[in-house]
Design a binder for this molecule. Structure first.
Ligand SMILES: N[C@@H](CCC(=O)N[C@@H](CS)C(=O)NCC(=O)O)C(=O)O
Length: 218
């Protein structure tokens, strides 16, 4: 399997983490190494990540995540009970569907290019949507039927895999994350695990080549 991504690609970090937890080997391909326009030949939308399986391309991190979960079921990243599974998916989709599309680099770029918003204004935009999302996620954890070390269990799962890149970027872009003690506790627990560390941006093969020069994208 080939994973097209980029060290800073937070949706790709979800997939890297899932693959590491499941001990699935994969070839890491940095989209920049394909040259100008090269990655669009892989994924017409041009967004990262994409997974290549036997020559076929699957885009969208959640579609990729579900594929990996189905094909490599052990250890499972979803609970066995359907309502528990739905709860975990709701948490992950709040991140992937409601927060992520609003705060990403291309949206902030569009706001500044088309509407002449300043860096401070696009920063306010970013902080608003992330704070609103984090508050909802914190409340979801507060309402759990029992308190657990990870989002929804004693082992990490889909919710944790989606949460850690969000927390990383929120801190990187100066959001105040102190009002969310439950999210912070889970994030801290995840980051002690080698599988989560292995998926971190600074541990990707393209970090040294592109890392020091890249500050804006997520
Ligand atoms: N819904 C997509 C979102 C993918 C996405 O937004 N990727 C961002 C990075 S996290 C990207 O490719 N950005 C590059 C760009 O905007 O040109 C998914 O979950 O895979």
């Amino acid at each position: 399997m080939k994973l097209y991504n980029y060290f800073r690609n937070s949706a790709g970090q979800r997939i890297r983490t899932a693959l590491h937890i499941k001990s699935v080997p994969f070839e890491y391909i940095c989209h920049k190494d394909l040259g100008p326009g090269g990655y669009r030949k892989v994924n017409p939308q041009g967004l990262l990540p994409a997974l290549e399986i036997n020559g076929r391309i699957v885009a969208q991190s959640t579609a990729i995540f579900e594929y990996i979960e189905e094909v490599f079921p052990t250890p499972s990243l979803l609970p066995a009970d359907p309502i528990d599974r739905a709860e975990v998916r709701a948490f992950a989709q709040l991140i992937a569907c409601d927060i992520h599309p609003l705060h990403i680099h291309r949206v902030r770029n569009y706001l500044s290019d088309e509407f002449n918003l300043t860096g401070d204004q696009t920063g306010t935009w970013y902080h608003h949507w992330v704070a609103e999302g984090l508050a909802s996620l914190e409340e979801m954890l507060r309402r759990r039927t029992r308190e657990t070390e990870f989002c929804y269990g004693d082992l990490p799962g889909m919710a944790d895999v989606y949460l850690t890149p969000l927390m990383l970027n929120a801190r990187r872009f100066g959001c105040d994350v102190t009002p969310y003690p439950l999210l912070n506790a889970v994030d801290e627990a995840c980051l002690t695990l080698p599988e989560f560390q292995a998926a971190m941006p600074e541990n990707q093969p393209d970090f040294d080549r592109y890392g020091p020069h890249v500050t804006q994208d997520s």
